[in-house]
Design a protein around this ligand. Structure first.
Ligand SMILES: *Cc1c(COP(=O)(O)O)cnc(C)c1O
Length: 398
């Protein structure tokens, strides 16, 4: 049992040829700025917004420079002002509390359950402390959205969804990002469509959308959008809203449009790989598979499992042994932030209280990327490697 996996955990697929051709065309004519159009021309960015809005069934969509920018803009456009408190997940990535800090607000962290979703009991308890929730569907895990909205509606909390890991996913067939006041997505290389950097904000709220369009840097050119509210919605907003440039450009939009068309296929391919891994891991002594609710339509672009109540040393041993066999796992229990992974208590600009139940979960969360460059056989091999190394450490510990 000394199989070694030789593939890369960070290698994405190439950009589709249609995207490369469209990007070359944009470079040849040179009109990269989204508002730089010739008479009668619709920009790649405006078309992309229209197509994304249609994909998720949103009235309005603004394409922007990053997922983090989309979140900060959504918060600002929804009315968050400096000093406000904003509820958010303790289990998430750094750009989420970062977006809250970017608008001068203060994150209030809500715990995580063993299902890796936001702890709704903790949310209920803290619901009196803020008027906004930046809800992160971290690593694609969607909580019970009905109960979440019940809690938030009752407390007058406006919900902004971070869908960086749920583009293409759904809860009870409602696309992720379409339950709250606004949904935010990322087109960064490690997410579900890849333009290096980029993001979307979607909403049905004309005022929120109009503010977001002006904030993104539309100047008075908002009528060149195809998925923005009618110009009446801008009447006062155009004077009152700061321009905080963060536009998408036509080169990125050209690369993204064919990927958007492929998204349903890609999601299916991710899920084939995810379930192959899950099947391979299921039944490993000491390892807890995360059961996905029937109401959730997943996009398995990463997979997590729990080594619940293991010592930190034993988890580190598993990660080191898997790494020696080519399998890159990330641990959310590490006391120091590493690479992309950090914990709520390492974001020291944001005050936090200890959360023992969440700490127990985080101490056991092991995370793995599932790039589409993996074959199904790769997934079988990776699962075998994890299974045998978890088994070996588990036996030593017993
Ligand atoms: C990547 C990511 C973001 C932000 O996306 P960027 O486009 O990199 O700014 C937000 N939330 C989560 C959970 C992410 O993983």
């Amino acid at each position: 049992m000394t199989d070694v996996f030789k593939g890369s955990f960070t290698q994405q697929e190439p950009i589709p040829e249609a995207g490369i051709d469209a990007a070359v065309e944009v470079m040849r004519h040179g009109r990269l700025h989204r508002y730089n159009t010739v008479p009668g021309e619709l920009s790649q960015t405006a078309l992309l917004e229209q197509e994304f809005a249609a994909l998720v069934g949103a009235r309005y969509c603004v394409a922007v420079a990053s997922g983090g920018y989309a979140m900060a803009t959504a918060l600002r456009a929804a009315g968050v002002v400096p000093g406000d408190r904003v509820l958010s997940n303790a289990f998430t990535l750094a750009p989420v509390p970062g977006a809250i800090a970017a608008v001068g607000a203060v994150p209030v962290f809500v715990g995580v359950t063993e299902d890796l979703t936001i702890d709704l009991d903790d949310l209920l308890e803290k619901s009196g402390q803020a008027s906004y929730l930046l809800l992160s569907h971290m690593r694609g895990h969607i909580c019970d959205m009905d109960r979440l909205m019940q809690i938030c509606d009752a407390a007058g909390i406006s919900v902004i969804e971070d869908c960086a890991h749920t583009m293409g996913a759904a809860w009870k067939d409602v696309p992720s990002g379409r339950v709250g006041a606004a949904g935010c997505y990322s087109c960064q290389t490690y997410k579900h469509i890849n333009s290096g950097e980029g993001g979307f904000l979607v909403t049905d709220d004309a005022e929120l959308a109009a503010r977001a369009v002006i904030m993104s840097g539309s100047y008075m050119l908002y009528e060149r959008h195809l998925a923005a509210p009618p110009k009446e919605a801008f009447e006062n907003i155009r004077y009152e809203t700061p321009n905080i440039s963060g536009r998408m450009d036509n080169l990125r939009a050209a690369i993204l449009r064919p990927q958007l068309a492929d998204l349903p296929t890609q999601c299916r391919r991710w899920n084939e790989r995810y379930y192959r891994l899950e099947t391979g891991l299921r039944g490993t002594p000491g390892l807890t598979v995360i059961e996905r609710p029937a109401d959730e339509t997943i996009v398995g672009s990463s997979i997590q499992f729990l080594l619940l109540d293991w010592s930190g040393e034993a988890v580190k041993e598993v990660i080191a042994r898997c790494a020696a066999r080519g399998v890159e796992l990330k641990w959310f229990g590490a006391p120091e932030p590493q690479a992309f992974t950090s914990r709520y208590d390492s974001w020291r600009y944001a005050p936090s209280q200890p959360m023992p139940a969440s700490d127990r979960v985080l101490a056991g969360v092991v995370d793995m990327r599932v790039p589409l460059t993996f074959s199904l056989e790769d997934c079988d091999l990776i699962a075998r490697i994890i299974r045998s190394e978890v088994g070996a450490v588990w036996q030593d510990a017993a």
